[in-house]
Write a new protein. Structure first.
Length: 370
């Protein structure tokens, strides 16, 4: 689910080796080196505050203000180029296990010198589509040729979550639980829409969230905060996304103090879909099952095109769960799965977080009933 991006990332983002030791990152880098063509002497990995999943996967660094780049040689230690000048180096050091940090100045010339240090071989680029055109052109001009695109290599590796990654996803789910519980309490206390949603965000922040995003709606649309809303928060459709130590969890729920038949029907649809999901189950089959179970209602706009996606270091990893897809649920991957219905002015969207293993599925989080 796409949301408004925060102007400034303020949550805790320091590298904690107890949660994700250096050895795990070194293993990821070794896998990248092994998957690239032997002629590739090094990889440039780009990240900025909006698009940085690949950079975080390899270095743990989440850029907060300006873009950063990792330079990863085939042999030897990586280094990081930090945006914002030399005065940002100290602030960036706690965010990563990488020891060598330098300012991101004249990136093209810096990368050209680094390539010369490598002595031979071409360069690869990861997350190059997110690089501003002028910066990318400067890099290509300086090194004399466009780098090979290795983004898909990293994305493929990111899909299968390690036990440590799964533990962090579960922490994010716990933040999601705290947010919805706080919103439920605020609603029961008669709080307004704004007060209710903010109570949920505050609960997630108190649990150590790195980022929290929310959408809410009462008229068949989900919207972010644009102004204070003092209307009663009952019923209230809510979406919340929580990031913990880099890893995301997201959830939809319709909160109400009175029975909501449409929400109950959506929950039943979701439960039926979850039962169908297993290792090797095609996304297409589950999408068709959900479409058939809509019955006399209509699919809500949020679920009309797809019923979910992979999730992890990116809030929305590549690939959408829909009838057109040729992919299948795979062990090691984490998904957000949702069902949504609309009938006249009534509507409801509900969801769950699911992890896949070789033997089956595990529901990590499921939205509360109305």
């Amino acid at each position: 689910m796409y949301t408004m991006h925060p102007t400034l990332l303020i949550g805790p983002a320091d590298w904690d080796p107890a949660l994700m030791p250096k050895e795990e990152f070194l293993g990821r880098i070794a896998a990248l080196r092994g998957a690239c063509d032997p002629a590739i002497a090094g990889a440039i990995v780009y990240g900025d505050p909006r698009s940085h999943a690949e950079l975080a996967y390899l270095t743990h660094l989440t850029p907060k203000l300006e873009a950063c780049m990792a330079l990863i040689p085939r042999h030897g230690a990586p280094r990081l180029l930090i945006g914002g000048g030399a005065n940002m180096i100290g602030a960036a050091k706690p965010l990563t296990w990488v020891e060598t940090l330098a300012p991101l100045r004249e990136a093209g010339a810096t990368i050209a010198r680094w390539r010369d240090e490598l002595q031979a071989g071409a360069l690869a680029l990861v997350n190059g589509d997110a690089i501003p055109l002028r910066l990318r052109q400067g890099i290509e001009t300086a090194i004399g040729a466009p780098p090979a695109d290795a983004t898909s290599v990293v994305i493929e590796a990111m899909r299968r979550k390690s036990p440590r990654e799964l533990a962090l996803v579960l922490e994010a789910c716990a933040g999601l639980d705290a947010a919805f519980s706080a919103m439920r309490e605020a609603q029961r206390a008669g709080k307004s829409v704004s007060e209710t949603v903010l109570a949920g965000e505050a609960a997630a922040w108190r649990r150590g969230a790195q980022d929290v995003r929310s959408l809410f709606g009462r008229d068949a649309r989900l919207t972010p905060f644009v102004m204070r809303d003092d209307a009663p928060a009952d019923p209230l459709q809510v979406y919340v996304a929580v990031r913990r130590a880099g890893y995301w969890a997201e959830g939809f729920a319709l909160l109400s103090q009175s029975p909501q038949p449409l929400a109950a029907a959506a929950q039943a649809m979701l439960a039926e879909a979850i039962v169908r999901i297993g290792p090797g189950t095609s996304w297409r089959d589950v999408a068709r099952s959900l479409a058939q179970s809509i019955g006399e209602h209509r699919a809500h706009a949020v679920t009309r095109g797809d019923f979910g996606h992979r999730i992890g270091l990116a809030l929305q990893e590549p690939g959408s769960l829909n009838e057109a897809s040729t992919e299948a649920f795979a062990a090691g991957e984490v998904y957000t799965v949702r069902a949504g219905l609309r009938d006249g002015d009534a509507w409801a969207v509900v969801s769950a977080m699911i992890a896949m293993s070789d033997s089956g599925r595990e529901v990590l989080w499921r939205g509360p009933g109305p």
